[in-house]
Design a protein around this ligand. Structure first.
Ligand code: TMP
Length: 207
């Protein structure tokens, strides 16, 4: 069976992570092996880098290099082996987040990000499908308020998330692998959109 690389993206507070359990259950019910993972993270080295990235102030190039270093380890040790085994890889964020956060959010040079992407992802490795949870930054901020202690990115002002959201919209317009999910709807309606998107692309398989 061919591997399937599915990523979930969106600004903080858009609610993407709360659907990963259901996605895992859905694919498993259809007989697929599932690897669930996240970025930055997914390996011991990448999780160590995640802690640094999410807690320490640093300049945008350092941040981008650490994000891509974590990604390289994650790809080599987890993502590519799982895809080679024919598994479904469910990854909470991937390179689109780097273009949205470091590129659009912090204004870092996207030509440098593209060069790093080439180095780190080779061929390049790209997701087969990206569920983009689109929510207005104002609503996302309301959802995040008081939820938990915000990390370095979550504590950015709403203007930062407006730029990140615009970055995602730009990426989504340029690649057919993106599916826009209206994350402003109820949890059930969001799930229905996800199921419909997978079915429309023939990714549900047979029971
Ligand atoms: P999470 O809270 O969804 O796990 O994401 C961790 C944070 O890291 C989130 O605020 C987005 C940020 N991030 C980047 O800035 N660049 C990246 O490349 C990735 C993968 C995440």
């Amino acid at each position: 069976m061919k591997g399937l690389f599915l990523t979930l993206e969106g600004i903080d507070g858009a609610g993407k992570s709360s659907h990963i359990d259901a996605l895992e259950a859905l694919f498993k019910a259809r007989g697929r092996q599932v690897t669930r993972t996240r970025e930055p993270g997914g390996t011991p080295i990448a999780e160590t880098l995640r802690t640094m990235i999410l807690t320490q102030p640093m300049d945008p190039l350092t941040e981008s290099l650490l994000v891509f270093a974590a990604r390289r380890d994650h790809i080599v040790r987890v993502i590519e082996p799982a895809l080679a085994r024919g598994e479904v890889v469910l990854c909470d964020r991937f390179t689109d987040a780097t273009f949205a956060y470091q590129g659009a959010g912090h204004g870092f040079d996207t030509a440098v990000l593209s060069a790093l992407e080439q180095w780190v992802q080779g061929r390049p490795l790209q997701p087969d499908i990206t569920l983009w949870f689109d929510l207005s930054p104002e609503l996302a901020a309301e959802r995040l308020a008081g939820a938990r202690l915000p990390d370095k990115f979550e504590s950015q002002p709403v203007e930062f998330f407006r730029r990140v959201a615009a970055g995602y919209a730009q990426r989504a317009a340029a690649a057919s692998r993106f599916v826009r999910i209206d994350a402003g709807q109820s949890r059930d309606q969001v799930w229905q959109q996800i199921e419909a998107a997978l079915a429309a692309r023939g990714l549900m398989g047979s029971r």
